[in-house]
Design a protein around this ligand. Structure first.
Ligand SMILES: Cc1cc2nc3c(=O)[nH]c(=O)nc-3n(C[C@H](O)[C@H](O)[C@H](O)COP(=O)(O)O)c2cc1C
Length: 145
């Protein structure tokens, strides 16, 4: 089972969660590729069996809560036009409230015929809880055969 972890991170929290996920999932024998949203290519997304997209939550009073720009650009520009129902999980770190940030990723994935299967978000100082929840979900729903 090949997993692609795509993340963006400005102050390191989402990057740290991505690294923790990589460590835990590799221990469980998943094959992991990690890419920054700025450099991920369509071919990386095509090769994966399961894609995880990680973002910090950025809020703007007038425009609602969003993933960071690098993630918004990535889902617009790097995603293959047809994801052929490939499963995608979104995760976010935030300080106060994640609101609809992951909903935007979900909508972009579904517009490209991807299968958005789950969202996970936790406050930035609860990284281990976030990682454990995601790893539990993956081992239950995408077990290594
Ligand atoms: C410009 C900016 C806007 C933010 N807006 C929100 C927000 O609306 N709600 C929230 O809960 N956290 C908000 N945060 C906090 C970040 O989501 C949080 O610190 C996150 O863990 C940062 O991830 P990173 O270290 O990977 O960049 C904001 C941070 C920045 C820098």
């Amino acid at each position: 089972m090949k997993l692609l972890l795509v993340f963006s991170s400005e102050s390191g929290n989402t990057k740290k969660v991505t690294e923790m996920l990589q460590l835990e999932l590799e221990k469980l024998y998943y094959t992991i590729t990690v890419k920054n949203a700025l450099t991920v290519k369509a071919v990386n997304l095509e090769e994966a069996d399961l894609i995880l997209i990680g973002t910090p939550v950025h809020g703007y009073i007038l425009f609602g809560h969003k993933p960071v720009e690098a993630i918004t650009d990535m889902v617009k520009n790097a995603l293959p036009v047809d994801l052929k129902q490939k499963p995608v999980i979104g995760f976010a770190t935030y300080l106060f409230f994640p609101a609809g940030a992951l909903k935007r990723i979900k909508n972009s994935i579904e517009r490209r015929n991807g299968s958005y299967v789950a969202s996970f978000a936790n406050r930035r100082f609860k990284k281990q809880v976030l990682v454990t929840n995601i790893v539990d979900y993956i081992t239950k729903n995408y077990p290594i055969e």
